[in-house]
Design a protein around this ligand. Structure first.
Ligand SMILES: O=C(O)C(=O)C[C@H](O)[C@H](O)COP(=O)(O)O
Length: 207
């Protein structure tokens, strides 16, 4: 299997931060996406962790400038439903052959989660070189990523899990880190102004 690295890189390098979104109310999808895009974050990961997630993907995809993908994709069915709803990239917490094959079948960029060297080696065997490092902070943090990056020179990462506005810059400073993911942009009660302000800060991190 072969992954078109250029397409995954296009997803990973648009913005330094990918907001990881858990949206419980589809009515909030558009205003939330608009606030993030207004702040400069245009790559949006909608987790399939709420019943309305596919509707959220549909709604957010209507926002001009937004590149909307699906997160928490656990199997080939999740992936197919996400693509059908309009997801333009797929993020999974771990790496399975089923999800990797489905991404090739549906011709959609995939960012699968890895946690160790063995995961990365299985990914390389499947033709993958771009991974989400998950859960990043509890999994050894930046020292662990540095150790993995030293071995796998061709690999690029999107660390996710436990990263904050304060800690994102130290991750982004590592050359193997293309972007980071995080839920801090939209945490708390919905507040479009606060989301836009946080996005504005996040959009310039690492530059
Ligand atoms: O559902 C997924 O696939 C995930 O990516 C899990 C978490 O939503 C992210 O790891 C965000 O973690 P925090 O920024 O620490 O809240």
């Amino acid at each position: 299997m072969f992954q078109d690295t250029t397409r995954v890189d296009a997803v990973m390098t648009r913005c330094p931060v990918i907001p990881v979104l858990v949206v419980n109310d589809a009515a909030l999808a558009r205003p939330m996406a608009e606030a993030l895009v207004a702040g400069g974050l245009t790559t949006l990961e909608v987790t399939l962790r709420t019943p309305c997630a596919l509707d959220v993907i549909r709604e957010m995809s209507k926002v001009e400038g937004a590149l909307v993908g699906a997160g928490t994709v656990l199997n080939a069915d999740d992936l197919a439903r996400s693509v059908e709803a309009g997801a333009r990239f797929i993020v999974s917490p771990g790496l399975t052959e089923g999800v990797a094959q489905a991404a090739v079948r549906h011709d959609v960029p995939l960012l699968p989660g890895i946690a160790n060297a063995g995961d990365i080696m299985r990914g390389l065997d499947l033709g993958l070189t771009r991974f989400k490092f998950f859960p990043a902070t509890v999994n050894g943090g930046l020292p662990a990523l540095k150790a993995l990056a030293a071995v796998f020179g061709q690999v690029r990462f999107c660390p996710t899990g436990g990263i904050t506005e304060e800690t994102a810059p130290e991750w982004l400073a590592h050359p193997a880190v293309a972007c980071v993911g995080g839920s801090w942009l939209t945490s708390g009660a919905f507040d479009a102004g606060a989301i836009e302000r946080r996005a504005t800060v996040a959009a310039t991190l690492g530059s």
